[in-house]
Design a protein around this ligand. Structure first.
Ligand code: FES
Length: 327
């Protein structure tokens, strides 16, 4: 049985029943992965000929055919087939870990957003833009993106408190400095592509600013001189936060520009409307060489994805994580 791997055009002999990710790792095929359990999406690749069996909640598994995507870590080879792995220069490998961490700071950023800082017992290796699951209590587990840099000693998260949310209520009234939590990750595929040299569009709404801050900080720390255009959308001025960090960075790095857009009550330099309307009015159909990072509410991510594809960004150069508001 043969497995052909594109775009590196390698052909491997494989045994029926072999796990796809294990085969790729054994043969040193560059592929990103993290959780190895079907949760993070990092090992996604495309079946270009034949089919593979993806194991999931259904005991029989699901057959994934030509043209569809699979998670390599959950896939079993049952026939000769061909797959396409993401561009080799974009590979990141941070095996997912579970770490104990201590809360070192809890600060109000807005009326409903808190900044939580954790000191992990051991360093957590991740790429800017990725997220982790934080377990505050056995039943209180939520995903949050890291806002800082992998080289920081502490991990910074921005948490939006959802009205009547179980975990939000716990964070608002019980979580305290000195408390222990568990962090597992990293997860997610919307991480900074450091090899890219063209313009970057970074679009955030709400606490989607956390991974965008990490991406911007990471790009600048890595010495990337690409033009970076940040668009941050919020409902009103009282929902805008973190601008002093971006302004400082923009002051030191002329390649960074920041636009703040609010749907109501814009003041000073802020723009009115939706963040996608601001992007649509600033850019024509000339985004072919751009890479875009989108983090925030599902409606914003959906609308921005549609717009940016119409404006010429290729779908594989759009990296998105939607934040579903769960309390
Ligand atoms: Fe496959 Fe996480 S490594 S989904």
């Amino acid at each position: 049985m043969q497995l052909v791997i594109h775009p590196i055009d390698r052909t491997l002999s494989v045994s029926p029943g072999a796990n796809l990710l294990e085969v790729l790792r054994e043969h040193d095929v560059p592929i990103s992965y993290s959780c190895t359990a079907g949760r993070c999406g990092t090992c996604r690749c495309k079946v270009t000929h034949g089919s593979v069996l993806e194991l999931g909640s259904q005991t029989q598994g699901t057959r994934v055919n030509q043209g569809q995507h699979v998670l390599a870590c959950m896939s079993v080879l049952t026939e000769s087939c061909e797959i396409e792995v993401p561009e080799p220069d974009e590979v990141v490998i941070h095996p997912a870990r579970v770490l104990k961490a201590t809360v070192t700071a809890i600060e109000d950023m807005t009326h409903d957003i808190k900044r939580i800082v954790l000191r992990p017992a051991k360093p957590l290796s991740f790429s800017p833009g990725q997220y982790a699951q934080i377990q505050f209590m056995p039943e209180h587990i939520r995903p949050y993106s890291m806002a800082g840099l992998p080289s920081d000693e502490e991990l910074e998260f921005h948490v939006r408190l959802v009205h009547d949310g179980r975990v939000s209520g716990y964070i608002a009234s019980e979580l305290a400095v000195g408390q222990s939590v568990r962090v597992s990750g990293p997860l997610g595929t919307a991480y900074l592509r450091e090899k890219h040299t063209g313009p970057m569009l970074c679009v955030a709404s709400g606490t989607g600013l956390a991974p965008i801050l990490s991406i911007v900080r990471g790009a600048l720390q890595a010495g990337m001189t690409n033009p970076i255009y940040v668009y941050f959308g919020a409902r009103s001025p009282r929902d805008v936060y973190g601008m002093h960090w971006l302004e400082e960075l923009a002051h030191d790095h002329p390649n960074l520009s920041v636009q703040v857009v609010t749907t109501s009550g814009a003041t000073g330099q802020m723009r009115s409307g939706l963040v996608t309307e601001a992007i649509a009015s600033d850019w024509g159909n000339n985004l072919k060489d751009f890479r875009a990072y989108l983090c925030g509410s599902p409606s914003m991510v959906e609308a921005a994805t549609l717009l940016l594809k119409q404006r010429g960004i290729s779908p594989e150069h759009l990296y998105a994580d939607a934040f579903y508001p769960i309390g």
